[in-house]
Design a protein around this ligand. Structure first.
Ligand SMILES: [Zn+2]
Length: 352
């Protein structure tokens, strides 16, 4: 009886004086209303506008105990399956009665791209969802999705992880982005997050926009709103292989452990390779790309990454590494349009 009273008073105080973001007894995301200790799944509707609307499947687990609000977003690019599959696993295994804080799982951010099986771009409006943040409620469907995720998910979260992989055309070595925000407090928190996620290659990204009205990228939308956010990359070439799904799932459990939302220790890699600059090489022409390296290979300065050919099989141009480093990803299927990425090469930070 006495113990019950103490718990009630503590719960009352925590409801009155929230320690983290939104701490009411009922947590709402879109149409979902979730009581403490419960988990609810449903769809947020992106209304029709100047083009067709869509829906975003979301799960909210509102822990029995207070704690931070972590949003995990999968399917920003609909051909990047491992994070989408990992979130389904986490939903199955997550017990809200043993959870501290709240988890928002965005299962498929970009339903038009997922169902349309498109890389990079929405089949509806031809836009890249991860280039239109913070979105626009009266824009095209990608912009409206971004607006819904900004206002219904990122604005309600304390921490955001945007989970990607190599797209359907990209052979990729797993890595994360630590995006510097210019705010030392946030940068320290995101560094801890990105290390806790557990991928052993981390790109230090200094070049993301600082304007909250032109944040462009999903996790940068969190950063420009004063919240820690990271981007992770697990998967490649449209694969649903469990190796990739395991990596994505393990990373999310690690974040939950890192924030004390579930019990257990973060499982960390033996060491981390920090990558301090990078370059995305883009094709000057439309044609076919033939890679000379695979994902994750170290490459020398001037090393051959691949060859662009025309549609008759004649060599148009060699593509070479601008500096020695790691191949984060390389195009793994032949088609390439002028201006599209061929490969990303990162420089290994010397003073690890
Ligand atoms: Zn992506």
């Amino acid at each position: 009886m006495f113990r019950g009273l103490v718990v009630s008073v503590a719960a009352y105080l925590m409801a009155v004086v929230p320690a983290h973001g939104q701490e009411p007894a009922t947590f709402t995301v879109g149409p979902l209303r979730v009581e403490r200790g419960a988990m609810v799944s449903g769809h947020i509707r992106v209304p029709d506008g100047i083009d067709s609307g869509t829906t975003i499947p979301v799960t909210v687990a509102h822990g029995a105990r207070p704690g931070p609000v972590l949003a995990a977003i999968a399917g920003t690019h609909g051909y990047e399956y491992p994070p989408i599959l990992a979130l389904r696993r986490v939903r199955k295994a997550l017990d809200p009665t043993r959870l501290s804080g709240t988890v928002i799982l965005v299962h498929v951010a970009n339903m038009p791209s997922f169902l349309g099986r498109t890389i990079y771009y929405s089949p509806t409006d031809g836009k890249n969802l991860n280039r239109v943040y913070p979105g626009n409620p009266s824009g095209t469907v990608s912009e409206r999705i971004a607006h819904v995720i900004t206002t219904e998910v990122i604005d309600r979260a304390d921490y955001v992880v945007d989970m990607h992989g190599g797209d359907g055309n990209e052979a990729l070595r797993p890595y994360s982005y630590w995006m510097l925000s210019g705010d030392a407090r946030i940068d320290s928190l995101t560094k801890e997050m990105v290390m806790a996620f557990g991928l052993d290659h981390i790109v230090i990204d200094r070049d993301r926009p600082r304007d909250r009205n032109a944040s462009v990228y999903t996790s940068n939308t969190a950063l420009t709103r004063g919240k820690p956010g990271i981007t992770t990359e697990t998967g490649q070439l449209g694969s649903d292989d469990r190796y990739w799904v395991d990596l994505a799932e393990q990373g999310l459990w690690n974040l939950l452990r890192h924030f004390g939302m579930i019990d257990g220790d973060v499982e960390r890699p033996q060491g981390i390779v920090w990558l301090d600059t990078y370059e995305v090489l883009r094709s000057p022409v439309t044609g076919l790309f033939r890679p000379a390296v695979r994902d994750g290979y170290a490459i020398a300065e001037g090393g051959l990454l691949g060859v662009i050919e025309d549609f008759f099989g004649d060599r148009v141009q060699e593509v070479r590494a601008p500096f020695a480093g790691i191949v984060n990803y390389v195009l793994g299927t032949p088609p390439v349009s002028a201006g599209e990425p061929l490969a990303m090469v990162s420089h290994i930070k010397r003073d690890q």
